[in-house]
Design a protein around this ligand. Structure first.
Ligand code: UN1
Length: 506
């Protein structure tokens, strides 16, 4: 596979980079192709020793990088965007090979990384503070934003490149290096992407901006969380681990950005345009084999149209081609690992125990030519009630729960009655229902859409959730502020010393 060579990947790779690839001393980690189960390559993981060399380098880089003017930092990010653009094809193929999403989505993921680089270049000239009016004569007040420090970024397998880019491109223009701990399921994506950006950074003398440490939670993850040199930890992953991140990072008064589990609902009112809604539901529930944080998991459908919607969805699901994600006609690739398949199976068993009914799918799929393995499943549609324990839980697999609702109020009540709060959508042509859904009385999620599905957000908007999805926002809008520290300044240019609040002292 030429694209592996093009990205500098070998069979055996180092798992730590801090301006140069380090000779790691940890255990070997094998990376598997989820479509065949075959080993793609190996990574020698980092231990505490290499971790230390990485964070020390990132911190030293911070002390120099913070002095580079922000628009100049943006110039370098522009080159990073171009480097990723040039290797978009190879990077997308690597995402597909190692993570299992179909090629269209693999390329889409790299595009998302390029888009946020472009966004960050513009942002580098717009790190705006404020000029304020002082209550005292001859005084000026302002707010100014300063670089924060090296940022720890822990990413999940399902977006093995884009989420690093969301954080890194903004962090760089804000003056912060990044220390990246990727998922152990997708180490080669991290190494390949690092090989694309590192020539640009090394030429500027700033290789350590893209520090990479591949290692276990014990060796690397825990160290990141407690390391005082990292004032911000951005974590994408499960709510269970996120809770630990929040507590550990909070204990040392550092900041965290948490993008945890979603349990995204799509409300289908009886006036919905089904020509739009059905493809949106299909993309939302089957896309990435149901392994997006933004995947549509609950369909809250008005009882008047429920039978018709089920019929149409069953027809659409029948046409879904399951297979090797690098084949052009495939719509649904494999799950990331055999244990993800197990989790899907046990979720469906639990659903039936609770009284739900599987309408289609839910079986393991054995494909010819994938004798060595292949974690393929048939995407499932199941009738369920919103209060079922399994429906209240995020299962990272293509299961769509169909929940019947009586009216708009019933739909909103059920929609919001889950612990998570990432994305949400309503399909309706009634402007009152649409606006109510977006109002304070409507969706309680970080993202709420009208006549668009729950997944596939653009980078320009702030991305993140509420409740057990965690806090903080990544990507667009004013997310950059989290990567900087705010300073309020007061300058007295008069020749008197009046005190605020009119206090007379002495
Ligand atoms: C994720 O699943 O962690 O909105 C991120 C989307 C993508 C990002 C998903 N742009 O579906």
């Amino acid at each position: 596979m030429d694209f592996l060579r093009e990205l500098g990947l070998q069979h055996d790779n180092s798992g730590a980079y801090n301006g140069e690839w380090l000779a790691c001393t940890g255990e070997w980690l094998a990376s598997h192709d989820p479509a065949t189960g075959k080993v793609i390559g190996r990574v020698r993981q980092a231990t505490g020793l290499e971790y230390e060399a990485c964070v020390a380098a990132a911190h030293a880089a911070f002390l120099r990088w913070r002095e580079v003017p922000a628009p100049k930092r943006g110039e370098i990010v522009r080159k990073l965007g171009n480097a990723m653009r040039e290797k978009k094809d190879a990077l997308g193929r690597l995402v597909t090979l190692e993570m299992g999403k179909i090629l269209q989505e693999g390329w889409g993921e790299v595009q998302e990384a390029i888009d946020i680089a472009d966004f960050a270049v513009g942002q580098s000239r717009m790190l705006y503070g404020l000029a304020l009016h002082s209550e005292r004569p001859g005084h000026a007040m302002r707010e100014h934003w300063h670089p924060l420090g090296a940022v720890g970024v822990i990413t999940a397998f399902n977006f093995p490149m884009a989420v690093w880019a969301w954080n890194s491109m903004l962090a760089y223009v804000c003056g912060d290096p990044v220390v990246w701990k990727p998922s152990s399921e997708t180490p080669l994506c991290a190494i390949g992407l690092t090989n694309v950006v590192r020539p640009v950074l090394e030429a500027e003398g700033f290789g350590a901006l893209a520090t990479l440490v591949i290692g276990s939670g014990r060796e690397v993850g825990n160290r990141l969380l407690t390391d005082k040199r990292l004032p911000l930890i951005s974590f994408t992953g499960s709510t269970g681990v996120g809770r630990k991140v929040a507590v550990t990072v909070g204990e040392r008064f550092a900041r965290s950005i948490l993008e945890l589990g979603g349990n995204n609902g799509l409300i289908l009112m009886d006036d919905a345009d089904l020509e739009l809604a059905i493809p949106a539901i299909l993309f939302g529930s089957v896309g990435t084999a149901g392994q997006r944080c933004t995947t549509t998991r609950r369909l809250l459908v008005h009882e008047k149209i429920a039978d018709e919607v089920e019929r149409r969805l069953l027809r659409a699901y029948e046409q879904v081609r399951i297979g090797n994600p690098s084949h052009e006609k495939t719509l649904c690739g494999p799950l990331v690992s055999p244990s993800a398949v197990e989790e899907m199976m046990s979720a469906l068993a639990q659903l039936e125990q609770e009284g739900g009914k599987v309408l289609c799918g839910g079986e393991r799929v054995k494909l010819p030519g994938a004798e060595a393995g292949g974690n393929f499943v048939q995407p499932a549609i199941a009738r369920a009630e919103n209060h079922y324990k399994i429906v209240q839980t995020e299962t990272f697999a293509p299961i769509l729960y169909v929940i019947r609702v009586k009216d708009f109020d019933d739909a909103i009540r059920k929609h919001n009655d889950v612990p998570q709060g990432l994305t949400s959508a309503i399909f309706t042509l009634d402007v009152r229902h649409a606006e109510r859904f977006l109002s304070t009385l409507g969706s309680d999620c970080g993202i709420a859409n009208v006549n668009i599905g729950t997944s596939g957000a653009e980078i320009g908007g702030a991305f993140g959730g509420e409740k057990e999805t965690g806090w903080g926002r990544e990507s667009g809008s004013d997310s950059w502020k989290q990567y900087m520290r705010r300073q309020t300044n007061t300058v007295n240019w008069s020749n008197a010393l009046p005190l605020a609040q009119g206090i007379q002292f002495g």
